[in-house]
Design a protein around this ligand. Sequence first.
Ligand SMILES: NC(=O)c1ccc[n+]([C@@H]2O[C@H](COP(=O)([O-])OP(=O)(O)OC[C@H]3O[C@@H](n4cnc5c(N)ncnc54)[C@H](O)[C@@H]3O)[C@@H](O)[C@H]2O)c1
Length: 255
Amino acid sequence: MAGRVEGKIALVTGGAMGLGKADCLRLAEEGAHVIVTDREIDLAHEVAHEIQGDAFELDVTDPEQWQHVIDAVEERHGGLDILVNNAGNVIFESIEECSLEHFRLHMAIHVEGTFLGCKTALPLMKNRPGAGASIINMASTAALMGYGNIPAYTAAKGAIRAMTRSIAIDCQDKGYGIRCNAIAPGGIETPMVRDVSGRAGEELMDIPDGPLPMDALGAPRDVANAMLYLASDDSRFINGIVLPVDNGLDARPHH
Ligand SMILES: NC(=O)c1ccc[n+]([C@@H]2O[C@H](COP(=O)([O-])OP(=O)(O)OC[C@H]3O[C@@H](n4cnc5c(N)ncnc54)[C@H](O)[C@@H]3O)[C@@H](O)[C@H]2O)c1
């Protein structure tokens, strides 16, 4: 049986670990050829080896590296069907603690990185076969609600949410056949979450199958499954949305 993204060409940023790695594995399982990119090139190579994809070193804040990677994708594959702008960081600091330097770092990685990804890849994503191309940007529930201890991160994720909608409408109006959506994960068990919870270096927890209680962390595959839907032709009528993948967190009254 054909996979849900059979034959499509996909590029994932921050694909070496966490949610990005889960995205790479899920896309490959469903038949895509995956270009794994990360600034951690050795780990990116390991993921690419596992799924017979390509690996490229890519710091998403660097426009020249972006152009180099996109040129290589054009040369090898002639186009791009799926772009997952996933790379990210988080530093837990309140408005009083956060330096301008740290604020700019969040803006550079999340906002400029997503901007550069969409802008640089766009020419390769126009008029693709099937239901067209799909961009998936990684926002967060931080874009939807106020977390007091991460103002820089919330600002960056809010900007990704807004930019996603702008790009979706522009591409639609110009008839490019490119959809652009975002995902807003709640707490997911990844190296990033281990770092901020003080469990850095420990093994990732196994998130059990089946229904999860309100305060549980999700598994990276929970986000990858939502990404896969937005990447596939099954979601051709879905454009400009921000999809919470948060076990109901955003639906819950906040008082
Ligand atoms: N884990 C969660 O609970 C959660 C919740 C909401 C949103 N997110 C978002 O999902 C995305 C992935 O998060 P994660 O939990 O997997 O994080 P992670 O730290 O486990 O992995 C992030 C990956 O991005 C890479 N990266 C960081 N900066 C980069 C840069 N400048 N250029 C290229 N690669 C870079 C890292 O090397 C790493 O491979 C991020 O955008 C994050 O903000 C995560």
